[in-house]
Each structure stands twice: as C-alpha cells, then as structure tokens.
Design a protein around this ligand. Structure first.
Ligand code: C5P
Length: 221
C-alpha cells in the first residue's frame, strides 16, 4: 500500500557472478559487480518485502534489511534459491557462469612438461528457467539479459524460452558501461510490449523495477 507496496510479500533476488573452480586456487568467473541485483534487493526491502538475496562473490556491502546467502558456484546458487522458495516474486540478476569445468582438479594444476592443460567445460543449470518452469514458480519471475546487439529482439526470445514474466534487457555495449558502473539503461520486455527507460542509476532502476513488480503482483491478487 502506498509507500510500501510489498508489505506481506516475499521476494527472492540473485546477484553477482558465480565462480566455478578449476583447481583449489583458480576459478572461471565474470565481471559482474552485483550492483544492480543488490540494489533491487534493497529496494524491495524498502518497499516492505521480506527479501532473500542469494549472491555470488562480490566486493560490495550487503544491502540493508535483507537476508543474504553467499554462494560460489551456479550449482550452489540453484540449491540456495530452491531452499529459499516459495516466494511471491523472484528477480534473477546474477551473471551465472554458463559453463563449469567438467572435472575440478583437487590439487593445483602444475605448469610443466605436458604444456598448458585443456579445460573441458560442461553446461551449468539455468537457475531462472528451472525456477520459472518449476512447481513452486513465484507469481512474478523477472530475468535479466545483458546483450551487445539486437537487445530487445534477444530479450523477447529469452522471455519465451525461459518462461519469465519480464526480461530487463541492458545493452552492455553502450558507452557509460553498465558493467561495473553506477548507471544502467534498460528495456523492460513484458507480455504487453517493451518499455525503454532512460539511463539512470542502478538504484533508480531498482526502485522503478520494484514498483513494476508490485503492480504486477497486485494485478494477480
Ligand atoms: O541466457 P542468459 O544467461 O543471457 O540469461 C540471463 C538471465 O538468466 C539472467 O536473469 C540470469 O540471472 C539468468 N540465468 C540463470 N542461470 C543461468 C544463466 C542465466 O539464472 N545458468
């Protein structure tokens, strides 16, 4: 109601990268800062929701008023997300590694006569698609899409393929750099079409997205 439209609602958010071990000292990772996901968790809490944030390794502080669960790998993230269900809404803002190393070496891989090792990769579970198509699907499921070209077109395809209600698409090729930066410029791709929001801070994107989620939840109850 009014200022706190998510009172009585539970919201699950994923954020940050995942780290996939190669050996005890090395990982496969990506450059996600977690800023956008953490801002969404904090905005949902400010809107009155009970929020669980499942985050990969990040260098930013925990958002206020949120239960934080830290994980490293995609498989740990999926398990933590499933343990946190049910939820009224879920926002998948994590940059989950698409692949992990097929066989994580128990010992540090040594440089040597054999030359550089070949790393065989296997696909990680798709957390968003698993939850969106699962029995305990939250009423509202929001995904993200970081693209460098044909952003909206790819987001529309992703909406259908993953079973999300909304895809927040951001052009990570644009100057100003969403990756790691403070600002973000996004398109909200939903069943009724596309809204392109002007560039704004990740905090502002988070607040506006939480309003959209509250409206969508309201429309369903
Ligand atoms: O397919 P792509 O990785 O571009 O989709 C991005 C969306 O899917 C994001 O919302 C991301 O959090 C989610 N995702 C996921 N698990 C994966 C890969 C992506 O939840 N393994």
């Amino acid at each position: 109601s009014g200022e706190k439209p998510l009172v009585g609602k539970t919201v699950l958010v994923t954020s940050g990268p995942t780290h996939e071990p190669i050996d005890p000292v090395r990982v496969l990772a990506n450059r996600s800062s977690g800023r956008q996901g953490h801002a969404i968790a904090e905005a949902a809490a400010r809107a009155g929701a009970t929020v669980t944030l499942v985050t990969g390794p990040v260098a930013i502080p925990d958002p206020e008023g949120v239960a934080v669960i830290r994980v490293e790998t995609a498989r740990e993230m999926l398990a933590a997300v499933e343990a946190a269900l049910p939820a009224d809404a879920a926002v998948f803002a994590a940059a989950v590694a698409d692949w992990r190393v097929a066989e994580d070496s128990g010992q540090k891989i040594k440089k040597g006569a054999g030359g550089p090792p070949t790393l065989a990769l296997v696909e990680n579970p798709d957390i968003l698609a698993t939850v969106a198509k699962g029995a305990r699907r939250p009423a509202i499921v929001v995904g993200f899409a970081a693209e460098t070209e044909r952003v909206v077109e790819h987001a529309k395809a992703k909406l259908a393929r993953k079973g999300a209600d909304f895809i927040v698409a951001n052009d990570v090729s644009e100057a100003g750099g969403a990756m790691g930066g403070e600002d973000n410029s996004v398109h909200i791709v939903g069943p009724e079409g596309v809204e392109s929001w002007p560039s704004m801070t990740k905090r502002a994107v988070a607040a506006a997205l939480v309003e959209r989620i509250a409206a969508a939840l309201g429309a369903r109850t």
